[in-house]
Design a protein around this ligand. Structure first.
Ligand SMILES: [Ca+2]
Ligand SMILES: [Ca+2]
Ligand SMILES: [Ca+2]
Ligand SMILES: [Ca+2]
Length: 274
């Protein structure tokens, strides 16, 4: 401020108003440009400084989870500095993925709240950074720290068959266990945790001629002596269920068209006309 006054004193009157405006804008820009580094730089020093170990234990929080597709906003946890005495002298700031858009922090209490519903199939976890500043000086109380919010899966996707339609040709009279086709379904839910994306195949229509391997979707013959001359075409309906086939899950079905191809299994017969 003192520098500004000195500059003004050396200026002539006609340009004074313009100068005030320009200086005000410059001052404003300088503030917004320097504010971020101001808060980051001390953290960096703390990370490599002697206070490192003392500060490392300063942040307190539990793993943060949020169920996906939850329509109501809710508090999902709390970040806290152990220097926080509950007198609101610490200001908490959140940045990173989804900060201000999907999550916000109560700057006084450190409580983290969702701002909108989240789709695990779109994004399964968010990496955010938290800062704890002294409210009166904006000096960091804790080094900036990274934390993760995990989105918990619900079963909100139906398994879908891929690469339809399924058509297969197999030779008639083939042995039991001959591979006919493989059906494949996908489910967008979490394939690793829980059963929401775990699929089981079964035959709805087509037994006892064919069977399906429950986990792989491989269809095999389960009867021998299938004679093309008696029946040439089979329609096998395969169902896929998520939740490992348990009740309460989703299912889809597909039809596999199977043609028996001819093998030379009928000897020539002579017709005698005498
Ligand atoms: Ca979803
Ligand atoms: Ca599912
Ligand atoms: Ca899901
Ligand atoms: Ca034949």
């Amino acid at each position: 401020m003192a520098m500004k006054m000195d500059q003004w004193n050396t200026m002539g009157c006609p340009g004074l108003l313009a100068c005030i405006i320009i200086l005000s804008i410059k001052q404003c820009c300088m503030l917004s440009e320097t504010r971020a580094p101001q808060s980051l730089e001390p953290n960096h020093q703390l990370d490599h400084g002697t206070l490192h170990h003392r500060y490392r234990r300063g942040w307190i929080w539990k793993q943060l989870f949020v169920p996906e597709e939850e329509p109501n906003t809710s508090v999902i946890g709390k970040l806290k500095s152990d220097y926080d005495k509950g007198d609101f002298s610490i200001k908490y700031i959140l940045s990173g993925e989804g900060a201000g858009e999907k999550f916000e922090i109560d700057e006084f209490t450190g409580e983290i709240r969702t701002l909108q519903k989240l789709d695990r199939e779109e994004k399964a976890f968010y990496v955010l950074q938290a800062q704890a500043l002294a409210r009166n000086s904006n000096e960091p109380i804790e080094p900036e720290s990274e934390f993760i919010i995990k989105v918990q899966d619900i079963n909100d996707n139906i398994p879908q068959f891929q690469n339809e339609p399924y058509i297969s040709n197999i030779p008639e009279m083939c042995v039991i266990g001959t591979t006919v086709a493989q059906v494949t379904a996908t489910d967008a839910d979490d394939p690793l945790f829980g059963n929401n994306g775990k699929l089981i195949y079964s035959i709805l229509h087509g037994e006892p001629y064919f069977s399906v391997e429950p986990k792989t979707g491989i269809i095999v013959t389960s009867m021998s002596n299938m004679d093309r001359e008696a029946r040439e075409k089979y329609l096998v309906v395969v169902q896929v269920k998520d939740m490992l086939g348990l009740s309460g899950g989703y299912s889809s079905s597909t039809t596999v068209t199977i043609h028996l191809t001819d093998v030379n299994d009928n000897g020539p017969t002579f017709q005698h006309s005498e």
